[in-house]
Each structure stands twice: as structure tokens, then as C-alpha cells.
Design a protein around this ligand. Structure first.
Ligand SMILES: [Zn+2]
Length: 591
């Protein structure tokens, strides 16, 4: 018994058996039902999607004698003849080998006569784009005035090579690649019919490998059937067809996204073990990243050609990563694919590239970060930008007694509240206002009496350079002991440590020194100063912004600046990005 390849054995004999192409099939069936079939039909599409299959089905349908059923019936004598390849009225011509004008002339000679037994003579020309210009011209005349008893069916993979004059005389159907899911279902039925058992993962691997072509998929299936096992596993498919199993590919993808280098290297080792073509493997891997990216874009999952099960797996994996991460990593993969072309040691190139991709980590979009920030701020205790926090226990000897306007530390947390301790123990967190005192009522830090003119910024004069150098060294000294404190000291707008046994720190923005001003921290700073400068210095904070607020109606640019700089959002942003506020511009110029 001769072996019939699957592609021939499983060739559809009715429209219902066609795999995929539902819209085209529907239209063709309707044209048959209404007896409105065009005299020339052109099917275009990549190989193996069913162009000649549909042309033959149309030939059968046009000549089918069974008026009662869906045509073609595949039962009447005409249908049987065509199926058996014995019909005298059906001419199948391969355009690639019969491309000259002579062949077309012969064809025209044949169609001059009425059909032998069927209603119509049907001419099918495959790969019609291969015809010569002269042949096309000869054909054109016939197409302009087709004999009533003739129907032409053309098929082509390269529609752009067909003269427009021919195209305009044909009804055109563009066939799509068959989806992996449709191929999967089709192959599954075939396998059962042939008595084979194939693992789902193995079947979906074949469906993917077919790349939308039924014929390609069938020939892969043929290869697997002739492999000799009744039960076909994924491992078999991977070995016989030289593919990377989806499972390994997904494992590798996950590793590249989650950042587990061990997983990545093990998967890569497995892939090398298959003796897989590296270029092909990279294409598959990038294809997987593309699918993930499409999963992230609403309404685009239709563009992913994967069986349902794999699609679900992709969706799940995509949920855990941001589009930005996928973009970045896909870009790195593409770069790697490029490098691989000239790589002397592909494996090493891949390993180093994958390391880089894993280390690239996750990219969090700025909008998300800002969103988090908003939430953090929402949960903070009320803290108006223009308020300065002062712990209730702030009143100490070194502080000038607070004047009458000092409000009761209204509903303050009890001084022994654990939060107090926390604030002292953990220097890093943003200032936690224990009792927020509106700036307007803040005592103007009496030392910085406005009348003295001290509030004006005092520039460091040239002869004070040494003093400045000392100061920088002091900051370094503090940095080793209390990083955050050094940072807050650096934020001071002006410093003096050589006057009247005081360490004067001017902050235009009270928010920059709110933590420093807390009793314990001020104490610590005094100790640091004593250790470093070897003299007892009294720490004094000068906050001109507070005066401005007290005096003006908040119109002064300085005050606005201070307000903006102290805005919780700005402060948090500076913390998160580890930056600091630079220039704040107020007024018409900034708009
Ligand atoms: Zn029939």
C-alpha cells in the first residue's frame, strides 16, 4: 500500500473542511448559492494557506450537479471526477513551468470548445505571477471577453507581480495565515484519525512551527508520524524538528524578567543541549517578548498568534512586569541578535547579554512613582507646606523662650508617644510633625531679629575661605557618623561658626532643618561641633522665611519659594530621587 502524504490525504473536499479562512469561504459559498460566480477569481496569500484548495473547491462547486445540498456535495459524478483528478473539463496549469505565450495560446485553443461533460470548463493557473508579459497580454484578451462556459481561477503568492490590467478583471480574495489555534485543532483531529496520541504541548509546538501554513504544518506532522512512536511527546518534537520547547522558552523568558540568573543559565544550557539554531532561537525568544508586550496593550491580544493555553500563560507572565521593562529588555535582545551575527563565541555572547538583561531589572514608570508618592502624601498627617514642625519638648534653655503667640501644642501626640522615639531613632524618614504650628504664629526665632539686618544673606567673604573649608570638613566629619544630618547641613543656605560662640545655620526653607531642630538632633549636632571644632558652640537656627511670612501677606517671592520648596510633594520627590531642589523660579518669566 502506497503511503499518501497527509497534505493530500487531508485535502478538503467540501467548504466545511477548509481550515481557517472563514470570511472568504463564506463569501464563496454565497456566490455559489446565488449563482453569481465571477468568471475570473484570484486567490493570493502565503504558501500553504489554501489558495489552490479553494480554487479546486470552487471548480467542484461550479460544476456540482447536486442542487439540493451545499455545493460541492462531493457525491455527484462531477464532484467525484474532480476529486479523483479525472475530469476532462478541469485544467490545472502551473504558471511557473508554463509561463510563455505558447502555453497560453494552447490554453485558449482548448477553451474554444464547450465542456465535455460538465457545465463549465475550469482553468486553474497556480503561481500565475510567473507568466511572461506576452502571456499575460494574451490572457488579458480572453479575460476581457470571457466565453460564457469558462471560469478562471488564479492563485499567487506574489500579487504585486501581476499586471494591474489582469487584477482589475479578477475578483480578488486575500487569504490570511491560519491561526495557531485553528492549526492546533485541525492537527489534533488528524492525529486522532491516524491513531496517534500527541501531547498538547507537542501539538502546539508543531502548530507554532507551521507559521500559519496548513501545508507546512502537515509536513511537520508527517515527519512526526514517521518517527515511529504511537505516542508523541514534546521531547520527540523538539528532537525531531530541532526546536526549542515552549516550556524552556517560557522559563528563560521568566528568568530574564524576574532576574534569576541561575534559571536563565540553566535554560540556556538546555537550549544549547538541543543543538538548536541560535538565530532561530533568538527569533523565538523575541517573539515571546513581543507577545508579552502585546498582552500589555489593550485590544491587541488578537495580534498574538498563539494557542489559547499559551496565550493565557503569556498574559499571566505579562501581568507581573511593566511595559517599560519589556521594552527595555526586548531592545537589549534585539541588540544581542545583532551582535550574534558576528560573534565568534555565540554562547559567551548570549550569556553575557542575558546577564545584562537580568541586571537591567524592572523599570518603574515615572507616572507610577508619582502615583505612589501621592498615596504616601495622602496618608501623612496634615502638614501644610508653610508650617514648621516643632516637637513640644523643644523648649530648652538654649532656645529663646517662646512668646505669647505660641499656641497650645494642640492635640499633640503625648510626648512619650512612641513616634517621638521613632523620629529620633530613625533619622531618614520625612519629618513627622508632632505638633504643627502655623508659620505665621511661629516666633521669629528671636535671635534673627529683623532690625539687625542679619536676615539678609551674608556671603562668605574671601578671608573667610578657611572658615568655609573648615565647614566642609565638618560636614564630612558628620557624614561618616550621621549621613542624613550631613545632608541637612548641606542644605543650609548660609552658615557661620566663628561668631560669638555660636554655630549659626540659616535656612530659608524651614522644611530643610525641621529634623535637625528636634531636641535630640540638635544635641547631637552640638556634640559633633564640640568634637570637631574643639569648642563649645551653641547651635542656632535662623529662618528668615518665617519672618517674611509673619510680616507680609505671603506675596514675597522668597516666601513663595520657601513654600514651594517645602511642599510635601517636592520634598518627597527629592527624597525618592535622591536629589535636591535647585532653582525655583517665580513670576511671569517662569511661565
Ligand atoms: Zn457535487
Amino acid at each position: 500500500m502506497s503511503y499518501l502524504v497527509l497534505a493530500r490525504k487531508s485535502r478538503p473536499q467540501t467548504f466545511a473542511q477548509v481550515v481557517g479562512q472563514r470570511p472568504v469561504v463564506k463569501t464563496l459559498q454565497n456566490s455559489i448559492k446565488r449563482n453569481r460566480v465571477a468568471h475570473a477569481i484570484l486567490f493570493s496569500g502565503v504558501r500553504g494557506v489554501g489558495k489552490t484548495t479553494l480554487a479546486r473547491l470552487m471548480a467542484k462547486a461550479i460544476n456540482c450537479q447536486n442542487e439540493q445540498e451545499d455545493r460541492p456535495c462531493d457525491k455527484c459524478p462531477s464532484c467525484r471526477e474532480i476529486a479523483a483528478g479525472t475530469s476532462l473539463d478541469l485544467y490545472e496549469i502551473d504558471g511557473a513551468s508554463n509561463r510563455g505565450i505558447q502555453e497560453i495560446r494552447e490554453l485558449k485553443e482548448k477553451i474554444r470548445f464547450l465542456p465535455t461533460s460538465a457545465k463549465y470548463k475550469i482553468i486553474i493557473i497556480d503561481e500565475v505571477h510567473m507568466l511572461t508579459t506576452e502571456a499575460f497580454n494574451a490572457l488579458l484578451k480572453t479575460l476581457e471577453e470571457p466565453p460564457a462556459h469558462v471560469h478562471f481561477m488564479f492563485a499567487t503568492t506574489e500579487i504585486h507581480k501581476i499586471p494591474i490590467t489582469i487584477l482589475s478583471r479578477c475578483q480578488q480574495y486575500e487569504l490570511k495565515r491560519v491561526s495557531a489555534q485553528e492549526l492546533y485543532n485541525h492537527f489534533e483531529k488528524l492525529a486522532v484519525a491516524e491513531g496517534y496520541e500527541i501531547e498538547p504541548a507537542a501539538l502546539s509546538l508543531i502548530a507554532r512551527e507551521a507559521g500559519g501554513s496548513v501545508r507546512d504544518g502537515l509536513s511537520l506532522l508527517d515527519q512526526m508520524f514517521s518517527f515511529g512512536e504511537q505516542k508523541i511527546t514534546t521531547r520527540d518534537v523538539v528532537e525531531v524538528l530541532g526546536l526549542v520547547s515552549r516550556e524552556v522558552l517560557m522559563r528563560l523568558t521568566k528568568g530574564l524578567l524576574d532576574g534569576t540568573m541561575k534559571e536563565v543559565l540553566l535554560a540556556l544550557d538546555e537550549i544549547f543541549g538541543y543543538g538548536m539554531d541560535i538565530k532561530r532561537f533568538m527569533e523565538d525568544l523575541m517573539g515571546t517578548f513581543r507577545s508579552l508586550l502585546l498582552c500589555k496593550i489593550e485590544g491587541c491580544s488578537g495580534l498574538i498568534d498563539l494557542p489559547e493555553e499559551e496565550l493565557a500563560e503569556c498574559r499571566k507572565l505579562a501581568e507581573g512586569v511593566t511595559s517599560e521593562t519589556l521594552h527595555l529588555k526586548l531592545a537589549l535582545l534585539m541588540q544581542t541578535a545583532d551582535e550574534l551575527r558576528h560573534a565568534a563565541q555565540p554562547r559567551l555572547t548570549l550569556e553575557t547579554a542575558f546577564l545584562k538583561i537580568v541586571e537591567a531589572g524592572n523599570v518603574v514608570p515615572l507616572t507610577t512613582l508619582l502615583g505612589h508618592l501621592d498615596e504616601v502624601i495622602k496618608n501623612l498627617p496634615v502638614c501644610h507646606p508653610s508650617t514648621v514642625s516643632l516637637p513640644p519638648a523643644e523648649k530648652t534653655k538654649e532656645e529663646t523662650p517662646l512668646p505669647r503667640s505660641q499656641p497650645e501644642p494642640s492635640p499633640p501626640l503625648p510626648p512619650e508617644d512612641p513616634q517621638d522615639a521613632r523620629t529620633a531613632a530613625h533619622p531618614a524618614p520625612p519629618p513627622e510633625p508632632v505638633a504643627a504650628i502655623p508659620a505665621a504664629t511661629l516666633p521669629p526665632e528671636s535671635e534673627s531679629a529683623p532690625a539687625e539686618g542679619e536676615a539678609k544673606p551674608v556671603k562668605i567673604k574671601p578671608h573667610e575661605k578657611d572658615s568655609r573649608k573648615d565647614w566642609l570638613e565638618f560636614i564630612n566629619y558628620v557624614k561618616i557618623r550621621k549621613m542624613w544630618m550631613a545632608q541637612d547641613l548641606q542644605r543650609a543656605d548660609q552658615i557661620r561658626h566663628d561668631v560669638e560662640g555660636e554655630l549659626q545655620l540659616t535656612y530659608h526653607d524651614p522644611a530643610n532643618c525641621s529634623l535637625l531642630r528636634q531636641k535630640e538632633n540638635r544635641q547631637l549636632l552640638t556634640e559633633f561641633a564640640l568634637d570637631f571644632f574643639q569648642k563649645q558652640l551653641k547651635v542656632r537656627f535662623i529662618i528668615p522665611a518665617a519672618e517674611d511670612q509673619a510680616e507680609s501677606n505671603g506675596e514675597s517671592p522668597n516666601r513663595k519659594r520657601a513654600q514651594l520648596a517645602g511642599d510635601p510633594l517636592v520634598v518627597m520627590a527629592a527624597e525618592i530621587f535622591n536629589g535636591e531642589v535647585g532653582d525655583i523660579r517665580i513670576g511671569p518669566h517662569s511661565r
